[in-house]
Write a protein that binds this ligand. Structure first.
Ligand code: ADP
Length: 279
């Protein structure tokens, strides 16, 4: 395992930092290559959803080259792990608001009694180069709503989103935020390579939102037969060493769900925490 050596490529305006980095990775770019854009026109969330990326945000993608093969089960724990790094990095600008991790890949902040989305992590894996010389690549795309007003986001997102500028009640030094983020990503990447998500699990759970509450998961789970949309409701018990979500179904059985395409929501009845679940 090597320490990350960052090589930064700063761009003005891009389609997506992950798309450019993917092209660079295919040509053999080394681990630690980072693409940053002041603005993205086609920033992506999961499942091809658009990630709105106005000027003032921190939009970057980092190239990682994990040794050996990376089965999907392992890869699905990387985004939650890196989410913890993002949380640590933004903490100085939280303005006293609580920050939380929404399984699997979102960072949220508490405002007016609700959790609002502040940042997201998207990890995409690509096989090694055809000549066998370059290792497989993972592109970790990170978007942080940093130094801009929430009103810059599309109207339909505003009520569910927030920005660091809004939380902090003043400007955010993007350079300082980027330094903190890269340092936190480096530490987390080292830990994850050494011990997997298992070594970060306790810290992750300490910041998890809706733990012990009634939640709903929508989408197609990673290992499901077919890809039809599925909705499962139950009590959010926690995550295991692979960052799979543990859900107690109404009948009492515990189901283990890998992130796949699942989206977590608070249950329709608004939750109700269980006394036996430590918060
Ligand atoms: P989910 O949280 O539903 O699982 P994703 O993690 O894939 O979804 O994130 C994509 C979604 O996030 C988009 O469909 C949109 O609703 C929302 N979104 C897009 N851009 C932003 C942004 N800058 N800040 C907060 N939320 C955003």
């Amino acid at each position: 395992m090597r320490a990350l050596r960052f090589r930064l490529f700063e761009m003005e305006r891009l389609g997506s930092t992950s798309d450019l980095l993917r092209a660079m990775a295919a040509r053999g770019a080394p681990e630690g290559t980072v693409v940053v854009a002041a603005e993205q026109e086609e920033g992506r969330g999961r499942l091809g959803r658009l990630w709105s990326s106005p000027r003032g945000g921190l939009w970057l993608s980092l190239l990682l080259r994990p040794p050996g093969t990376l089965p999907p089960e392992r890869l699905s724990s990387l985004a939650p792990a890196l989410g913890l790094a993002v949380l640590e990095a933004v903490e100085p600008w939280s303005g006293g608001h609580r920050l939380g991790l929404k399984w699997p890949n979102d960072l949220v902040a508490e405002e007016e009694g609700a959790w609002r989305k502040l940042a997201g992590v998207l990890c995409e894996a690509f096989p090694g180069g055809a000549n066998g010389r370059s290792a497989a690549a993972v592109i970790a795309g990170i978007g942080i709503n940093a130094d801009f007003e929430r009103e810059r986001l599309p109207a339909e997102l505003q009520s569910q989103a927030t920005t660091l500028r809004r939380l902090a009640g003043g400007p955010v030094d993007l350079g300082e935020l980027r330094r903190r983020l890269l340092a936190a990503l480096e530490r987390t990447w080292e830990l994850w390579q050494q011990g997997g998500f298992a070594v970060l699990r306790e810290a992750w759970l300490a910041r998890a939102v809706w733990l012990g509450q009634a939640v709903e998961l929508r989408g197609a789970p990673l290992r499901a037969e077919g890809a039809e949309e599925r909705v499962v409701g139950g009590t959010f018990l926690g995550v295991d060493d692979e960052a799979a979500l543990l859900l107690r179904l109404p009948g009492g059985r515990v189901e283990r769900l890998l992130a796949g395409e699942l989206s977590l929501r608070l249950g329709a009845q608004g939750g109700g925490s269980e006394a036996d679940i430590p918060q």
